[in-house]
Design a binder for this molecule. Structure first.
Ligand SMILES: Cc1ncc(C[n+]2csc(CCOP(=O)(O)OP(=O)(O)O)c2C)c(N)n1
Ligand SMILES: [Mg+2]
Length: 553
């Protein structure tokens, strides 16, 4: 009977699950498996400098490809490093499988031992501990099945000594895909389609908010048709920013990052139709975005109570596309009262500044809004854009006319420090595509070691840093509370020199006028590059102003 070490059989099973790319930091607990993945199955391994980043890269890779992301860490300290990334993936419902070592089953003592399962499950991820040679390949299948069907990160921990045992490989491995029920898209119940249509008939000013579910189910055209039919305006959640930007009814992002034009229209809306959007706290701006609107949600997983508030007033449970098409069909040709929005040129309105507040100009540093306007003008519309975190992410989210397919923002769990990882995950998913990451100085420096990974693997990206020399989110809040901002102010060290130290190109951008030439130079080079934009630490985003005003109130 054919037999092989379990680590090699595990690698075969991962390959059979479709794993061709993985993000890994190697150690005793995963090195044999990882080498087998690379050598026996030609997997592309991105070898990182911090385990957190392996997991965060796999997260972005999963979003960018629609596949299960795969990362690998060693046991004990390798595993404890990924808690933040796992919690983020769990909250964002990203299908991930992490192959982790576990301390040996038969050792009386092991210095890297820790009880791994409760740590992992505490993040919201699922843990599977391999315990027997007989079950070990079923464990792989269960891991991928769970990741795919529950959209949840799963950690598969396999003890070092178990990995070295021999396994009989005479039975063929049946991958998880063979077991996933093929039920087709979920059709809505006709009574509830009628109810949804009745809500629309009763409304005058409708806004359709599309979320990730629109992309998943291919409901974009149906949403646009419903907007056309009902005179509705179109908006999207942040993760699918740009979803409707090609449409003249688009008012951009719904939520705390809304353009002031969108915010004003949302205040007047009497019906919001959330399609494939779970209506998070951010999307509804803490409940303040559309105070006068009833909410209809069209989604296969309707939310009654969402993050502490009522999700919607009425629900239509259906695949997003099926649901919207059924409502359209139900409305037929009848005349509707919903076209009550005044006719306006939203393309022109949305092209103007998203925020009208004035701040005194500071010598030697840019207004972040001017930086983003210059970047938006210089960077071709078809580039991949990765949005990171921090106060500055409000400004970078305001780029327009770029498709949702080429945009990545994972904001769940609110961790900083992921920009380089997310950009690396996208670069691995879409080789050869031009890519720009926009991050804050604090976020970049938190995991700056990954510049070495990017350089070593020859990944090319443009890294634009909105550098306020500080943890911007913190300094504005500290100042508003009358506290010293000392602990959150670091100064603007030379990021260009840091880039050079990692073998990359770097520039400090003092003149926003020359970006097109610099971009041409970037395009003709093979290297990644950091553009360091010194920005004012006095310009406060509307989100921050609102948060501070709310606290004072
Ligand atoms: C892992 C983690 N640690 C701390 C925080 C708190 N925090 C939120 S924003 C922020 C500042 C980020 O600085 P930077 O990337 O420079 O962006 P800026 O806010 O300055 O625009 C910090 C420390 C966090 N969200 N996540
Ligand atoms: Mg900063």
């Amino acid at each position: 009977m054919p037999s092989m070490p379990i680590y090699a059989a595990l690698a075969s099973a991962f390959a059979a699950e479709g794993t061709d790319t993985l993000f890994v930091l190697t150690g005793d607990g995963n090195m044999h498996w990882e080498v087998a993945m690379a050598e026996d199955h030609a997997a592309r391994s991105i070898h990182v400098r911090h385990e957190h980043c392996a997991c965060a890269m796999a997260t972005a890779y999963a979003v960018a490809t629609g596949k299960v992301g795969v990362a690998s860490v060693t046991c004990g300290p390798g595993l404890t490093q990924i808690m933040t990334a796992l919690a983020t993936a769990a909250q964002a419902r990203i299908p991930l499988v992490v192959f982790a070592g576990e301390s040996p089953m038969h050792a009386s003592w092991y210095n890297q031992h820790i009880d791994q399962a409760p740590l992992v499950t505490g993040t919201g991820a699922h843990y599977i501990g391999g315990r027997s040679a007989v079950q070990i390949l079923n464990n792989v299948r269960d891991a991928f099945y769970t990741a795919r069907t529950r959209r949840q990160p799963v950690v598969l921990g396999v003890p070092l000594d178990l990995q070295q045992q021999a396994i009989d490989m005479s039975a063929a491995y049946a991958p998880s895909a063979d077991f996933i029920p093929d039920t087709g898209p979920m059709a809505p119940h006709p009574d509830y389609v009628d109810r949804a249509a009745a809500l629309i008939r009763a409304a005058h000013r409708v806004i359709i908010v599309g979320g990730r579910g629109v992309m998943r189910s291919g409901a974009r055209e149906a949403c646009e048709a419903l907007a056309e039919r009902t005179g509705a305006l179109l908006a999207s959640t942040l993760p699918v920013r740009g979803l409707f930007d090609h449409n003249e009814r688009s008012i951009g992002i719904a939520g705390g990052f809304s353009h002031h034009v969108a915010r004003e229209r949302f205040e007047q809306a009497d019906l919001v139709i959330a399609v494939g959007a779970s209506l998070t706290h951010h999307t509804v701006d803490g409940g303040s975005l559309f105070p006068n609107a009833a909410v209809l949600q069209i989604d296969p997983e309707p939310q009654g109570l969402r993050q502490g508030r009522k999700g919607a007033d009425a629900h239509l449970r259906a695949d997003a596309r099926e649901g919207v098409e059924a409502v359209l069909h139900c409305l037929g040709d009848e005349t509707l009262a919903t076209s009550a929005w005044p006719v306006e040129d939203f393309r022109a309105l949305m092209a103007g500044p998203s925020d009208l507040a004035d701040f005194p100009a500071e010598p030697g540093v840019h207004d972040p809004r001017a930086v983003m306007a210059a970047l938006d003008a210089a960077i071709p519309k078809d580039w991949e854009v990765v949005n990171a975190s921090g106060h500055c992410s409000y400004f970078s989210a305001q780029m327009r006319g770029r498709s949702a397919e080429n945009f990545l923002a994972i904001r769940e769990f609110g961790a900083i420090g992921n920009g380089l990882s997310y950009a690396t995950g996208v670069a691995a998913a879409r080789p050869g595509r031009p890519l720009v990451l926009i991050d804050g100085d604090g976020g970049l420096l938190m995991h700056v070691q990954e510049l070495e990974t990017i350089h070593r693997h020859g990944l090319k990206m443009l890294i634009c840093v909105l550098n306020d020399g500080a943890f911007g989110s913190e300094i504005h809040k500290l100042r508003a509370d009358g506290l010293s901002d000392h602990g959150a102010t670091f100064g603007r060290g030379s990021l260009a020199d840091i880039a050079a130290g990692f073998g990359l190109r770097g520039r400090t951008i003092t003149d926003l006028g020359g970006l097109s030439d610099l971009l041409d130079a970037h395009r003709s080079s093979e290297q990644s590059e950091i553009w360091d934009f010194p920005i004012s630490d006095q310009v406060m985003s509307p989100v921050m102003r609102k948060a501070i005003a709310k606290k004072k109130h």
